[in-house]
Design a protein around this ligand. Structure first.
Ligand code: UD1
Ligand code: MG
Length: 452
């Protein structure tokens, strides 16, 4: 459905979040490496909102940067007198705004774009309801507010658990708290909400009953329980993370990526993986990773801020840190760490290396145990290795240093000066040999031992 009316989003996040037991504002706790609030703002932005207003209690200074970066606004609710009171805080900042309003919760970050769009669409069908409420049927309805609705979705009553009768508590359709209403309907209704109830709070769901008393119907639309999962504690945060990962893994497989053991692969919010790539068990992606097509990422690799081109092989046990660029068909083997470095097309670093602040040409071979010594305790320096160069095992390349195309560095070298194209460089003690001396030594020592 194409929307013709503009909308504003109001995100409630003034609750104290006590159960998180955290100095960090609840909505800043990450899921898949991204703050819950940012997940939500990202989905909202996909629908082109006119305004985004975040209602906060304390912790404004923590949340401000994120909200500014996303073009949102913050309004402070000094005392948390209830959800209706919280939404009212956005009335003055919205001024003469005439569009639709989406009410969302900062701690309900898994909502899908389709559900948000569905709320607005439902609000704009010809027999537009006064309020659209998102309901859900969780396995355990516990203390959620209940929605009593007829089969066509018309809401007959909304009641908080604390105020509900046993019959009402037996209803399994729960209030997610998320709602949509037109600005001109919402704020006049909110002005009428009182706090004469079990909690002594201004309840947002009361607007549904107030609309009904004016002869206006409200409607419920249902969402999946996992979408409506709220995060109030660390345990719930881990459940939300698990749910996010479950969906992301299914998406990866649907997009043509093989996950050998899906449950053991952890994606970040922005991981990109190309088709026919195979990801073995126990691989973790931090933010900022792009993986091409036909890549194999072997078990137990940890990858963040890196790009991996088509046909490359990484792992097992590889660590790619921010700025690692792995070229087409290049290979990064076990216990290799790469940071801010480019590994050219077909280049190999197969065993036990640290490669940092480096540029490695196509087809170069980095022997086992090679280390780029990039740091003197104060500054970082670059290592440049030419195309087709061969670095012998256990070499230390003391940066800044350049190894020319096709050059060979002998094993065990400490390289402190540039090596010319096609040259061989050795930077190690010269080997000496004393014929027969080992046998003489053994004879002498065993005689000494016997005479003791
Ligand atoms: C609310 C609903 C309940 C619903 C449940 C879903 C009301 C009265 N009840 O209950 O029907 O089943 O959510 O999770 O609306 N907040 C503020 N300012 C306030 C109070 C709350 O910003 O003064 C924010 C919170 O930060 C949170 C959201 O509003 O993001 C919900 O508040 P919460 O206290 O968790 O409401 P519940 O009692 O769970
Ligand atoms: Mg709650």
């Amino acid at each position: 459905m194409t929307r013709t009316r503009e909308f504003a989003a109001i995100i409630l996040a003034a609750g104290k979040g006590t159960r998180m037991k955290s100095d960090v504002h609840k909505v800043l706790h990450p899921i898949a490496g991204r703050a819950m609030l940012e997940h939500l703002l990202g989905v909202i932005d996909g629908l082109s909102p006119s305004r985004k207003i975040v209602v906060l209690g304390s912790g404004r200074e923590q949340v401000q940067t994120l909200v500014d970066a996303r073009g949102g606004e913050i309004v402070v609710q000094e005392d948390q007198l209830g959800t209706a009171h919280a939404v009212r805080q956005a009335e003055a900042p919205l001024g003469s705004f005439k569009g639709d309003i989406l009410i969302l919760y900062g701690d309900t970050p898994l909502i899908e774009p389709e559900t948000m769009a569905g709320m607005l669409d439902r609000l704009n069908i010809p027999d537009a309801p006064a309020v659209v409420v998102v309901g859900f049927r969780p396995k355990d309805p516990s203390t959620y507010g209940r929605i009593l609705a007829s089969v066509d979705g018309t809401i007959e009553k909304m009641v908080e658990y604390k105020d509900a009768s046993p019959e009402e508590r037996a209803v399994d359709l729960c209030n997610s708290g998320l709602m949509a209403a037109r600005a001109e309907t919402l704020f006049p209704l909110l002005a009428k909400v009182g706090n004469d109830n079990a909690a002594g709070e201004y309840y947002l769901p009361d607007i549904v009953m107030l609309a009904a008393s004016e002869g206006r119907r409200s409607a419920v639309i249902e969402a999946e329980p996992w979408e409506m999962a709220g995060v109030n504690s660390r345990a719930e945060l881990s459940l939300a993370e698990a749910e996010w990962q479950r969906r992301r893994r299914l998406k990866a497989m649907a997009d043509g990526v093989t996950l050998v053991a899906p449950d053991t692969v952890w994606f970040a919010h922005d991981t990109v993986v190309g088709r026919d790539t195979v990801i073995e068990p126990n691989v973790v992606f931090g933010p900022g990773v792009k993986v091409g097509e036909r890549v194999v990422i072997k078990a137990f690799s940890h990858i963040e801020g890196a790009s991996i081109a088509d046909g490359a092989e990484v792992g097992p046990y590889a660590r790619l840190r921010p700025g690692a660029e792995i070229g087409e068909k290049a290979k990064v083997g076990n216990f290799v760490e790469i940071k801010k470095a480019r590994l050219g097309k077909g280049a190999k670093a197969n065993h036990l290396s640290y490669i940092g602040d480096a540029d490695i040409g196509a087809g170069a071979n980095i022997g086992a145990g090679t280390i780029t010594c990039n740091y003197d305790g104060y500054f970082k320096y670059r290592t440049v290795i030419g195309e087709g160069a061969f670095i012998g095992s256990n070499s230390a390349l003391v940066a800044p240093v350049t190894i020319g195309d096709g050059a060979i560095v002998g094993a065990g070298s400490v390289i402190t000066a540039d090596v010319a194209k096609d040259a061989i460089a050795l930077g190690r003690g010269t080997q000496t040999e004393r014929p027969g001396r080992a046998a003489e030594f053994r004879e002498k020592m065993s005689a000494k031992k016997k005479s003791e």
